[in-house]
Design a protein around this ligand. Structure first.
Ligand code: SAM
Length: 235
């Protein structure tokens, strides 16, 4: 997706980028591709693919929620900043926490944020299951893209979500995975409010956005230790 098509497709999502936001994304893309030559941050190696599969894909979250009315966001397993940092660049009103267990990725984000001069981004090197201990039920919005299957991701994300707040997962084609996670979502205090199915422009691969409302507090026994979550996902 070239930059012109990127801007046109964003207009269809109701997003008009300012000149400085487009420049920030250019710096982001260049630095990502530069660092990625020697440090493994993403499988994507071409500029047009970064605009489509990282930047545009991250911003499709606006199909599910009006980000102008959101204050605090935590992006679980943010990697090289997707979707969390892209959201922050386009919606500067957000106070964003980017969490990842991979320190190389957190260091990349630290350098990038410095380069961009962005304020209001908190970087956390750690595991979701650990960081949640002091941050239960505190975020208006919790996001996760390409971290794990829906049941595991729900156990990592819903304990962070404030009551009446949202956990939104950006997923590919995954009917079965979502069906399998329904019980887990309910146990964790969530309720699926909306499922938005669409195709990514140009390459037309399927996407699903799962919007989950936090309707009641998550019991303190969740999340369990990661080994336990992985070996026996909630059903
Ligand atoms: N969200 C990014 C994206 O869409 O490009 C990164 C996806 S990458 C495939 C998954 C990331 O989740 C990795 O960077 C990994 O370190 C992180 N991760 C996996 N499990 C985690 C956990 N329990 N706590 C924190 N980070 C985790």
């Amino acid at each position: 997706m070239n930059k012109e098509t990127f801007c046109k497709e964003l207009e269809k999502l109701g997003i008009t980028l300012k000149e400085e936001q487009l420049s920030a994304l250019e710096v982001y893309c260049n630095y990502l591709l530069e660092v990625n030559m020697h440090t493994n941050l993403t499988a994507i190696k071409e500029e047009e693919q970064v605009y489509l599969k990282h930047f545009y894909d991250s911003l499709t979250l606006v199909k599910a929620i009006d980000l102008k009315n959101v204050n605090t966001v935590i992006d679980i397993g943010s990697g090289a900043g997707f979707p969390g940092l892209v959201l922050k660049i386009v919606f500067p009103n957000l106070e964003v926490t980017l969490l990842d267990s991979n320190n190389k990725k957190i260091n990349f984000l630290k350098d990038l944020i410095k380069k961009l001069g962005i304020k209001g981004v908190h970087l956390v090197h750690g595991r979701a299951e650990d960081f949640v201990k002091d941050h239960r039920e505190t975020f208006d919005l919790v996001t996760g893209r390409a971290v794990s299957n829906m049941s595991i991701l729900s156990e990592l994300c819903l304990p962070f979500t404030k009551k009446e707040g949202y956990f939104i997962a950006l997923k590919g084609a995954n009917e079965e995975e979502i069906e399998d996670a329904k019980k887990a979502i309910q146990i964790l205090g969530g309720e699926i409010e909306n499922r938005i199915k669409f195709k990514l422009p140009i390459e037309e691969s399927e996407r699903n956005i799962i919007k989950i409302k936090k309707v009641k507090r998550t019991l303190d026994i969740y999340p369990r230790r990661f080994e336990k979550i992985r070996k026996s996902p909630l059903k």
